[in-house]
Design a protein around this ligand. Structure first.
Ligand code: ZN
Length: 328
């Protein structure tokens, strides 16, 4: 624990009332006290939770208690689309039992909202080595509809990101699956602001009112995974790379898929997530880890979208140039 004088110094530094010379003297002692505070606790937090009053383990210190968080193949990442390489093996996914309705429980776990799902829905193909069954889903978001996704595309951060976590079909728990370098497959979906509300999200959004406090949980009305994501025909364009969990322990056991087509939600719907509370009663906002270095990893893309979009534009340009497009 920090001594009384250390607390006073921290307060003074926060208030900017210490001279530069004093700071030089105090800083080493202060760093030592941060070290003690931040290594033992293991109470990780997001950058948005860190303040002078609450010096928790922000993302740059996650490695103190969880060494995998400084691994070479961490997530999330920024995807630079012109550097992705097209991979013909990245075929459309086969979704099984994604339409199946279930009565889930939604919980505020102090870092996010999470819904456990019965292990009935599975994904296969899509370049995956085997079939994977859904275990849980959760979300990452910003402040009142502001930037909040974990992955970014060409530097763009979307307002929210959905992670449907799957494990290889033969495992029975996530802990075991995480000891296999390809044990977990996460399907990631971005959100975009739309003018109208997405009624398929009513079960989730209505339930948030009841779980504002950390550890709050409530049962959901019957719903399916399919109703949360775009229609299957709009899920053929995606990015693929190998990475990690984006929260401690940051285990590098994840085959990542990020779908190009975002899910629409209205601004009002996005804002409801910011009404949730962290354990210290503060607004649960900015629940994303900053992007991590690629360290030489290749990001692949499925056959389609990026190339298709540019070839459509190219064809239109050629048609215009040749005077083929008729005004009407
Ligand atoms: Zn996640």
């Amino acid at each position: 624990m920090r001594s009384h004088w250390q607390k006073q110094v921290i307060v003074l530094l926060c208030l900017g009332r210490v001279s530069a010379n004093m700071q030089q003297l105090i800083l080493p002692a202060l760093l030592a006290s941060f070290w003690t505070l931040c290594t033992g606790a293991g109470d990780w937090c997001y950058q948005s939770q860190f303040s002078c009053d609450h010096q928790c383990n922000a993302p740059d210190k996650w490695n103190h208690a969880h060494s995998d968080c400084e691994g070479k193949y961490q997530s999330p990442i920024n995807i630079v689309t012109r550097k992705t390489s097209k991979d013909e093996r990245l075929t459309p996914f086969q979704f099984d039992n994604y339409q199946q309705t279930f009565r889930g429980t939604i919980k505020n776990n102090g870092h996010s909202v999470q819904v456990g799902v019965p292990h009935l829905s599975t994904v296969s193909d899509g370049g995956l080595p085997t079939s994977y069954k859904a275990v849980q889903f959760h979300l990452h978001w910003g402040d009142n509809g502001g930037p909040g996704s974990e992955h970014t595309i060409d530097g763009e951060q979307y307002p929210m990101e959905l992670h449907i976590v799957h494990m290889k079909h033969h495992y029975t728990d996530l802990i075991t699956a995480l000891s296999d370098p390809e044990g977990v497959a996460v399907l990631g979906f971005f959100y975009e602001r739309s003018n109208s509300a997405n009624r398929k999200y009513d079960p989730i959004i209505n339930a948030l009112q009841s779980i504002k406090a950390t550890n709050g949980n409530t049962s959901l009305i019957p719903m399916s995974l399919a109703q949360l994501i775009p229609a299957e025909q709009n899920l053929t364009t995606y990015y693929r790379y190998k990475g990690s969990l984006t929260t401690p322990g940051c285990t590098e056991a994840v085959i990542w898929t990020l779908f190009e087509n975002p899910i629409p939600l209205s601004m009002a719907q996005l804002r409801v997530f910011s009404e949730l509370k962290f354990h210290d009663e503060k607004q649960m906002v900015g629940t994303f880890r900053p992007v991590q270095p690629l360290n030489g990893r290749q990001v692949f893309r499925s056959g389609g979208a990026v190339i298709l979009a540019s070839s459509v534009l190219l064809m239109a340009a050629i048609a215009t140039a040749l005077g083929l497009s008729q005004p009407n």
